[in-house]
Design a protein around this ligand. Structure first.
Ligand code: FES
Length: 241
């Protein structure tokens, strides 16, 4: 049973060349598990969860090994084989979660309003590492939006405190107060990250969420696990997951 059911979309990974291709299959939005018989879930080639638009998700926080449930390519994925993800179906303001190396990876399609918050002094001044100086991302994502294409944030969704999965949480969410501009909230111990997954001061998590190696194969396809041409950055170089 999957311990974390965010609003969801189900994807399938299909072998294609040296990487795996992820295609959108359906888009149901629910705070509870989709009405699939349990066996059906297990038969799927691969399973992905997707958080809905910047909405507060009601699911309980889960230890990240929920990916263990995502058979059958666990071993292959654990080896770090790159995966291709079609991001064309992610609407602005929405996020999907895919698995890479047995880890959840958030892909958030940011809106212009989301991007604006990343430069607002009331956000930036409260961040621990606003300029991405600590090695939590490849050099090509060490910028104010922590990405290659500002429209898409790609980060490993594991809280740098003790490893829970932070929730994408909308601006003004009741539990975070009116000044909250949107970002990630880890309810395990209250760590907060902005919409670039930069951690705020005064929370238990010490570091920004890590950015994996990735690049755009074409405007609608992200390849996670492989650097852009010319970069040999290693994910092992990051300080902490
Ligand atoms: S694991 Fe996220 S705040 Fe502790």
């Amino acid at each position: 049973m999957l311990p974390l059911w965010l609003a969801g979309k189900v994807f399938r990974a299909q072998a294609r060349g040296p990487s795996k291709r992820i295609d959108l299959l359906s888009s149901t939005v629910s705070g509870t598990p989709p009405a699939h018989p349990e066996g059906e879930i297990k038969r799927r080639d691969f399973l992905f969860l997707a958080a809905g638009a910047l909405t507060v998700v009601g699911a309980a926080t889960a230890a990240w090994p929920f990916i263990d449930q995502m058979n059958p390519d666990k071993q292959t994925i654990a080896l770090g084989v790159p995966i291709d993800v079609d991001v064309s179906g992610i609407e602005a303001g929405q996020q999907i979660i895919v698995a890479w190396r047995d880890r959840p990876v958030f892909i958030l399609h940011r809106t212009p309003e989301n991007l604006k918050t990343l430069k607002e002094p009331q956000v930036v001044n409260d961040l621990r590492d606003p300029d991405s100086k600590q090695m939590q991302q490849p050099p090509y994502a060490a910028n104010w939006h922590r990405s290659i294409n500002p429209d898409y944030l790609v980060v490993v969704g594991i809280c740098t405190h003790l490893g829970c999965i932070p929730h994408l949480t909308k601006a003004g969410a009741a539990e975070l107060g009116a000044s909250w501009q949107g970002g990630y909230f880890c309810p395990c111990h209250g760590s907060k990250y902005d919409l670039s997954a930069r951690v705020f001061e005064g929370v238990p998590a010490p570091l920004n969420l890590p950015v994996p190696p990735y690049h755009f194969v074409d405007p609608k396809t992200v390849r996670i696990g492989a650097n852009p041409k010319g970069s040999n950055w290693s994910f092992n170089a990051i300080e902490q997951i």
